[in-house]
Design a protein around this ligand. Sequence first.
Ligand SMILES: [Zn+2]
Length: 514
Amino acid sequence: MNTSFNVGIYIRLSRDDGNIESDSIVSQRSLLNQYVKENNYNIIDEYVDDGYTGTNFDRPAFKRMIKDIEIGKINMIITKDMSRLGRDYIGTGELIEKYFPNNNVRYIAINDGIDTFIDNTNNDIAPFKAIMNDMYAKDISKKVKTSLHSRMKDGLYVSGRCPFGYMKDPNNKNHLVINEEQASTVKLIFDLALKGNTYYSIAQELTKRRIKTPSSYYNYVWNKKINKCISKELGVWVDTTVKAILTNQIYVGDTVQSKTKKINYKLKKIIKNNPNDYIIVENTHEAIIDRDTFNYVQTLLPKNVKRPEKKRFYLLDGLLYCGDCKHRITVRYQNKTGKSYTTCDYYRTYSKYHVCTTHTNNYEILEKIILDNIRDICNKYLDKNKIKNSLGNITFEDNNLKIKKQIESLELTNKKVTENLDKTYIDMLKGILDESQYIRVSKTLKEEIENNKLKINNLKKEQINSSKIDNTEKYINDFLSLDNMTRELIINLVEKIYIYKDKKVDIVFTFKNC
Ligand SMILES: [Zn+2]
């Protein structure tokens, strides 16, 4: 027995080593044991890192081995090849050229012919080998990334964790299906946003209703007393979670991936990707929120994402503009007075240049005046339409019905004419009509079809317009009947509100103001 060497054999296998049979734990172990036996070394321990990458040294068995070197338990390390020790050039090089010699440890990489205690040319190429291993790791990481990206581009869901509201399809791990319980929470969040609630107020409402948070589904701990898994999470919703859900395109059925990336294949650190580099594939799974609702909610969300969200909710927030400089007017709460005031943003930012004036108003009073004004205009709008409607014999609803019937009748006519056209063609083939007769008849029929199509298109446009008027009437009626205004209603009726320095107010409506 070669007693002067106490050997530790080190074995490592990771996913990025590919499926090479000779790299399997079993084959590494048998090779190493055979080598130890042949050379009559004294084996002390075996260190196995199964499933750990060689690109860093953050591996449990490796750390244990270093500790054993330090306490003098082992003084010789054997691996199958250098890449088992590590695929990081600098780290591996330092181990072999500095750490092992300094600690009087002999290192052998069997297949690379490296033995640090024997002066041979193989040892000189150790640094180059290390570079090769490093490049291999880089290459593999690139390959993994490329294949991952192409899978993302195919619309396959490749992440391990499911987005809130979905779960993995039991028949296909790259496909999402709806998780009904979570999806109902997602719908509720969008509903609350539609009603004009802020992220913060939605979060509060969800917490109040004791609705489970996304992380409460993941963080379970075993409770010994009741012998059951219980959620570690208290179930407190925060505004960032609400925001993440309201802005996630996944809910309309699109897969949005590659939102983050690793800055380097060696490091664990992850950074956010540029939105232009997101990989988006539409309609890859069932939607929880329809596209129209989703897009509409986006318009309700606070526009300036950089600024921390205000915790106070102002009905007219985002609609107020300075009448003089046309910049936005914002509302701020003043602790001193306990009241909220408006300020021209342009003035606040550049006050020292005297570009505009403060435009300070007490918000509550302003809101009341504006709402009264909107009510007034809405009443006038309805009155005028009533008069208009009583003059004409048809109401809007009747008109829409009439248009719908006209479209149906034209579509039916076109269907018949097309059948006729087909028939004339067959008649010509049969010899009942000659070619010139066919050309003449078919030309007339084709013209008729085109004319009808044009008429249908015009009617459809009219239909959209009158349904818009219908909606305006509906919004106005809702508005007038409500004591507590919702932001959704206001946004449907009002486009912008201009405030002038002489306290004059201009309201721009979404409908034609009479
Ligand atoms: Zn201004």
